[in-house]
Design a protein around this ligand. Structure first.
Ligand SMILES: [Zn+2]
Ligand SMILES: [Zn+2]
Length: 347
């Protein structure tokens, strides 16, 4: 879809080149045919946004450009022909824009389209007061869903997709290696799938969070992870291992903790090739699964989970900062204790 379908206005926090967030202001045009203009309420910041700020994705982002793709808001105006959504409705956005024509799209995997535009990276994003997007990517929220919580739908959809890719079933044991924001959300979704969850994470505060949610927690630097997994699984190993830490060492170690015919989901983005113990994959008939972003059913599950009120959303949100302090929000996120920092876009 054309990038011209995306526009915005009002006050904006724009990425303006390596390390710089610039506050700008622009008038917002009325939405065109098929477009929805959203008054953005909250926008979460994630590792991808941090990578953008650090200049690592300059080949994909134009400058200056508002970024942000984990958002919630209400519909401000709709263009001609928009019928699925009404002014005033609470919404979020599934930030994937696929071509519809490539082999990935025509075989039903549009979310990993070979020409995929990620909204908020290749296009203008949600860190602006008014954001215009095509109707096709707008996802309605149940009335009454707190808009702070709804800003967690996108990362939660990542977790829902990872868990669905793993084919995790009730009663199975899931090992989550890495208790950062996505690891914690995977642990929450896995627990709500009925699995026993073990989280390996060196940071004590993150371990404490996972433990409060009912997970068995392990400090992999000071405890014997292999032994604990063995004890908890009667010597079998975990049914599913999620590699979320993104380190060469954890990727290499992940195969050690899976039971025979166990499934490993490679969640973390490893920018460079890293060694995997393929002998272990052979010996135990392990399955190695890739997982990238989400499909609509994952997004819908994430909306349901948030709307159910059963997730510790307020505990996940470490901080909410006004739009003018977006740069501080990035710094806050770099602090490993924070799970999720939201920008309050209207304030
Ligand atoms: Zn994100
Ligand atoms: Zn495509």
């Amino acid at each position: 879809m054309a990038r011209s379908q995306y526009a915005g206005g009002g006050r904006q926090a724009s990425y303006a080149g390596h390390g710089t967030i610039e506050m700008t202001e622009a008038p917002a045009a009325a939405p065109g045919p098929g477009q929805v203009q959203i008054r953005v309420a909250y926008c979460g910041i994630c590792g991808t946004d941090l990578h953008i700020l650090h200049g690592a994705m300059d080949h994909r982002v134009r400058t200056p450009q508002p970024i942000g793709h984990e958002m919630s808001g209400t519909v401000e105006a709709v263009g001609a022909g928009v019928e699925s959504i009404a002014v005033g409705a609470p919404v979020t956005v599934m930030p994937l824009d696929w071509c519809g024509d490539c082999p990935a799209c025509t075989s039903g995997t549009q979310h990993i389209c070979q020409n995929l535009d990620f909204v908020g990276i290749e296009t203008t994003g949600a860190m602006q007061q008014l954001w215009t997007v095509p109707e096709s990517i707008v996802v309605p929220l149940p009335e009454g869903t707190p808009l702070t919580h709804a800003a967690l739908v996108e990362p939660l959809a990542v977790a829902a997709h990872d868990v669905r890719r793993s084919r995790l079933t009730p009663g199975e044991t899931a090992l989550v290696i890495g208790g950062g924001p996505i690891g914690q959300l995977i642990a929450l979704v896995a627990a709500r799938t009925g699995a026993h969850v073990i989280v390996a994470e060196p940071n004590a505060e993150r371990r404490a969070f996972a433990a409060r949610q009912g997970a068995i927690v392990v400090d992999p630097l000071n405890e014997d992870l292999a032994q604990i997994v063995q004890e908890r699984t009667g010597g079998a190993g975990a049914d599913v291992v999620f590699e979320v830490a993104g380190l060469a060492a954890t990727a290499l170690d992940a195969t050690n903790h899976a039971r025979t015919r166990g499934r490993l989901v490679m969640v973390a983005i490893h920018p460079k090739p890293v060694p995997i113990d393929l002998h272990r994959v052979f010996w135990r008939e392990l399955e190695l699964l890739g997982a990238r972003v989400y499909e609509r059913e994952d997004f819908d599950r994430a909306v349901d989970l948030v709307a159910s009120g059963s997730l510790p959303c307020d505990e996940i949100i470490s901080d909410v900062v006004p739009l003018d302090r977006t740069a501080d929000a990035f710094e806050r996120l770099a602090d490993a204790r924070a799970l999720k920092v939201l920008v309050d876009v209207q304030n």
